[in-house]
Design a protein around this ligand. Structure first.
Ligand SMILES: [Zn+2]
Ligand SMILES: [Zn+2]
Length: 391
């Protein structure tokens, strides 16, 4: 069995994988409600001889599927996503994303009898909102895993790079109602607190580093224009490439809320309304291996630089195990933003399917390299051990 034989193994899976991606496209489910989607992945993995824990870690739509050669060797993990977006279904292409990672796991499992080692496919719900990869990174999920890989459909073939660390903060202001015309002086205006918080945050933008992002909305702004609002609620996302600098930005936002509450006489409290995501740390050695395999299959991976498009729950995984999160072109290079109908439809084109199958093979080949080249895994692990991580 050689690495080249993975090509034939993957080619034979086209119908099954296209079927899985199409089925999930037709049955879009929001984060933590991916019942049909997760079951479709689990059914396929079970059919191919994987042992599956499902539900996993207390999440109904998460799973951990393992194929063990029962011979010594490293453990390779592929991370599947399958959550959709409100309104536009699979506008982020997670129908194809999950299919590629599950497909890579199945393909690699077919050669393990000769190479040894194990492959684990993790079903990771709710990437768009409350990513369960965070819970997996906090639990013991990756303790016995040597490398973790995930690839995302895109309009370019982008190397694994960085992502922004992110915290999701919710602020509540508590005032006192009063008739807005009859006796406004009796009231304490919680909407003024919310508005002034935004003004104070905006006043600080000039001093933010270029990689910082602060963006928010007023969720509750009062109930009637003739009543002084006694309660308002706002939500902010704060982001930065640097987890330590993120704490400075977060402190600025909290100070703004405190000052607005003080000025208006309100009380304030805050909490996290979604999980915090860490910044992505790409394992360069693992990424180089992936990029080389892409090259061998005719794909030149592009270095997108410090692309600041958003935050990933893969960031948390990258802090506990050597990881990559790369992108593959499904639009023939036509600029197409994610979270759009156009991007969703690209997952149903012949070009998209071919990119999907090629990426399955690149991922499987990369896993094969890690298993069969002990020196490579040693370098990957040394690089990982040397990086500064969140404690
Ligand atoms: Zn996505
Ligand atoms: Zn998305």
């Amino acid at each position: 069995m050689s690495k080249e034989q993975l090509h034939e193994i993957v080619s034979e899976m086209r119908e099954e994988l296209q079927g899985l991606s199409d089925y999930i496209y037709e049955n879009p489910e929001l984060g933590l409600n991916e019942y049909k989607s997760s079951k479709a992945h689990v059914d396929l993995l079970t059919k191919h001889g994987f042992e599956v824990e499902y539900p996993y870690l207390g999440f109904d739509t998460a799973f951990r599927a393992t194929f063990d050669s029962n011979k010594p060797g490293p453990t390779i993990a592929y991370l599947s996503e399958y959550d959709a977006l409100p309104g536009i279904g699979h506008g982020c292409g997670h129908n194809m994303l999950g299919t590629v990672d599950t497909g890579a796991g199945i393909a690699l499992s077919k050669v393990l009898a000769e190479t040894g080692g194990r492959v684990v496919v993790l079903g990771t719900p709710a990437e768009e909102t409350d990513g369960v990869k965070v819970d997996m990174a906090n639990a013991d999920t990756f303790d016995d895993i040597d490398v973790a890989m995930c690839t995302h459909p895109s309009d370019q073939n982008l190397m694994s790079n960085v992502s922004l660390a992110m915290e999701a903060l919710e602020f509540e202001f508590f005032g006192k109602t009063a008739h807005a015309a009859g006796a406004p002086w009796e009231g304490i205006n919680a909407l003024d607190a919310a508005i002034n918080m935004f003004n104070l945050v905006n006043a600080s933008r000039q001093q933010l580093r270029p990689d910082a992002r602060v963006h928010g909305i007023i969720v509750d702004g009062g109930v009637a224009a003739n009543v002084i609002p006694e309660y308002t609620r706002v939500q902010f996302y704060v982001r930065s490439l640097d987890i330590n600098y993120l704490q400075d930005v977060k402190a600025m936002v909290i100070r703004s809320a405190e000052a607005a509450a003080m000025a208006t006489g309100c009380t304030m409290k805050y909490n996290h309304f979604e999980k915090s995501y860490y910044n992505m740390i790409t394992n360069q050695k693992l990424s180089d291996t992936y990029n080389k395999n892409a090259k061998d299959l005719g794909i030149d991976m592009i270095d997108g630089g410090d692309d600041l498009s958003g935050s990933l729950d893969m960031g948390n995984v990258s802090q506990v195990v050597p990881s990559i999160h790369s992108y593959y072109d499904i639009t023939e290079g036509v600029p197409t933003a994610g979270h759009t109908v156009e991007f969703r439809e690209a997952t149903r084109t012949e070009f998209g399917y071919q990119a999907m199958m090629r990426t399955v093979e690149i991922l499987a080949r990369t896993g094969y390299d890690v298993i069969t080249q002990p020196e490579l895994l040693k370098e990957i692990t040394e690089e990982f051990n040397a990086i500064e991580k969140v404690n």
